[in-house]
Design a protein around this ligand. Structure first.
Ligand code: ACO
Length: 342
């Protein structure tokens, strides 16, 4: 038996915020040209006040469950990848489990940022192939908008991220399966914690007591701006992202005895169009094999790969039997890739 992705689902909140809106609605000193040239991003979606990460994920989860021909009650494990849970704890997986009305079903969070979906998918594959679960709901969901410094001071990071969720149902193939090769054939995960500070949103530091800084003058606990907002060494992230993503795909091809040109689709994490164009050029692949949707949604971190898979499936670019690579890189640093026959 081999684990396979039985269905996809996605949801983005209706509030679309263009690069022009960052200037006119938020008063940020930026331009559409600056953002598009460096990142490819034209717009992102922000959720409403009062809406949390699991709320955004709920329609995506229901979409994936329905498209798998299942009821919510058939799900026997939830794996939720997010860097933006509602609270420090419990995780968004438990919040989503309650929204789906599934008391008793195990729910866990994966905290691996932009690589989170791939880490979650690898977990689901392990659960299914070991027989510990039958129908795993894997979710990548983020609410970035509440944690962006939407002022000129925060523009380098704020222009990059958006809210959204993608979901898949992972099941095991049956002997009667007509598509014998179908499934997640191979996965590889990696991390290099020496770069933990290169891309981070700290909020607190529990090596210090109290874990949230106390202003000696007022006696109040205060989260300083450098702790509250994401800090990023953009150039270092860019350099490591292209290196690790290219090596991941080349390593995947060697392990599976295929050439990059044998792949029908390479579905990259959507952090920056320039990263993905560089990866595509180095792999010698045409644009149609390395699709992007960052233009519409910005970087939705753990949600980018499942959202893109869902869109590709809906518009017919992702078809049964295709050889598909998934590849991602993000904070940690962490990275991962998957070789799938769809
Ligand atoms: N609008 C206008 N000007 C801006 C903006 C903005 N939104 N943001 C930064 N600037 C200015 C800076 O203030 C700086 O001005 P200065 O020279 O007067 O000081 C200038 O532009 C250059 O700033 P840099 O930060 O050096 O810009 P850089 O060329 O590195 O581009 C970027 C920034 C696009 C983030 C780039 O580093 C990058 O793509 N890095 C990859 C990281 C990434 O994609 N991260 C996403 C999350 S990680 C992940 O998902 C893998």
């Amino acid at each position: 038996m081999r684990a396979y992705i039985a269905s996809t689902g996605f949801h983005v909140p209706p509030n679309r915020v263009t690069n022009f809106d960052l200037v006119t609605r938020y008063g940020i000193d930026t331009t559409n040209e600056w953002i598009v040239q460096r990142t490819g991003i034209e717009a992102r979606h922000f959720s409403a006040d009062g809406e949390g990460t699991a709320d955004i994920a709920l329609p995506a989860a229901r979409d994936a469950i329905a498209r798998a021909g299942l009821e919510a009650g058939d799900i026997d494990l939830i794996v939720f990848a997010t860097l933006s849970p509602e609270h420090a704890f419990p995780g968004s997986g438990c919040v989503l489990q309650a929204l789906l009305g599934l008391p008793g079903v195990p729910a866990m969070d994966v905290r691996n940022q932009c690589s989170g979906f791939l880490y979650a998918l690898a977990s689901a594959k392990g659960f299914v192939e070991s027989g510990m679960a039958k129908n795993v709901l894997v979710v990548g969901g983020e609410k970035h908008s509440a944690a962006l410094d939407l002022t000129t001071a925060g523009r380098a990071v704020a222009c990059l991220f958006g809210d959204g969720a993608g979901a898949v149902v992972v099941r095991g193939t049956k002997d009667s399966e007509p598509n014998k090769d179908r499934g997640i054939h191979w996965m590889n995960l990696g991390a290099d914690g020496r770069y933990a500070d290169a891309l981070t949103q700290k909020v607190w530091d529990n090596r210090k007591s109290p874990f949230i800084w106390k202003d000696p003058e007022t006696g109040k606990n205060v989260v300083k701006p450098e702790m509250m907002w994401c800090q990023m060494d953009g150039k270092l992230v860019f350099k490591n992202a292209v290196e690790k993503m290219i090596l991941s795909v080349v390593g995947m091809c060697m392990e599976n005895k295929i050439e990059p040109s044998d792949l029908d689709l390479v579905v990259c994490h959507q952090a920056n169009m320039r990263i993905n164009e560089y990866v595509r050029d180095q792999l010698g692949l045409p644009p149609e094999k390395v699709p992007n949707n960052i233009q519409k949604y910005g970087n939705t971190t753990a949600a980018t790969i499942p959202i893109l898979l869902a869109e590709l499936e809906r518009d017919g670019r992702l078809k049964s039997g295709m050889k598909v690579a998934l590849v991602g890189f993000g904070s940690g640093f962490t990275w991962g890739s998957a070789y799938i026959i769809w």
